[in-house]
Design a binder for this molecule. Sequence first.
Ligand SMILES: NC(=O)c1ccc[n+]([C@@H]2O[C@H](COP(=O)([O-])OP(=O)(O)OC[C@H]3O[C@@H](n4cnc5c(N)ncnc54)[C@H](O)[C@@H]3O)[C@@H](O)[C@H]2O)c1
Length: 287
Amino acid sequence: MNEISGKTAVITGAASGIGAGMAEAFADAGLALALLDLDVDNSQRIADRLAQSGVEIRCYAVDVSDREAMKRTAAQVAADFPAIHILCNNAGVAYAGVPLDRVPDADWDWVLGVNLMGVVNGLQAFLPSILAHGEGGHIVNTASIGGHHVMPGWRYGLYTTSKFAVVGLSEALADDLAGRGVGVSVLCPAAVDTAIYDVGRNRPARFGGPFEQAPAPDLVAALKAGMKPVEVGRWVVRAILDNQLHIFPHPRSRAFVERRHGRLMAAYDWAAQVAPEIEAAASGGRP
Ligand SMILES: NC(=O)c1ccc[n+]([C@@H]2O[C@H](COP(=O)([O-])OP(=O)(O)OC[C@H]3O[C@@H](n4cnc5c(N)ncnc54)[C@H](O)[C@@H]3O)[C@@H](O)[C@H]2O)c1
């Protein structure tokens, strides 16, 4: 999209953190906004704060992990705005400190239900109308730098599983939508100063309801020192205008990705080393 002023964006997880930061940056860029979140009171507070921007802002209470509720909300948003152009599947929950062999069933359902299926549900609910109106559009899926590498010792395998999936989904979606007027970005931040460590506050009842997760003090400190959400929002605006697929707002996270790719290339080197043995055995050259 070369011009976004006057268009409309849907943001999930808009009541707090990065979603609220996107809302602020988008309002500054002249976009009308549909703010979706479980926490409609806080969404309304964000909307009130942005009222002076003059853009139309409406709030919707919805659980992104609930497919039917997302479809109903999409119908309501379609009735309230002339057209939707930008969809930010951003709602997500953090999960760390539990090794994969100890993750309870309900937590698998909750974290994958929000972080992965929330993105899928957003696409199913909103993408058809974005493609249909022919005015162009853009999808932004919030993953994480945790969708590109595993931080040793963090025990956040469930979270990283969900975020690797969002990166893969987004790359495939960009290919599927190429030439159809709708761009795709996948947002992969490192630390951002949000309330994500207080994640248990918004767990829906069907996944066990709210709970208190004692956050690791170093994690809280890292987030507090992180990028401000509105700055992330400005990266997203620029990425939409540039049709940039991968968004890495933190230059220092480059080292994580390089290290992982180094390990992947080392795996190819290992394969090249052992291949003659395997091939010889396969062709009967070895018992
Ligand atoms: N904060 C970081 O350092 C960081 C880094 C990388 C990626 N992220 C990702 O950014 C996204 C936003 O997180 P944040 O840091 O702004 O956290 P946050 O907790 O401040 O905001 C998340 C919002 O999502 C909403 N939400 C949670 N579950 C929901 C559900 N089932 N349906 C609808 N809304 C729901 C919450 O009510 C909240 O308003 C997440 O996908 C997260 O994984 C965050």
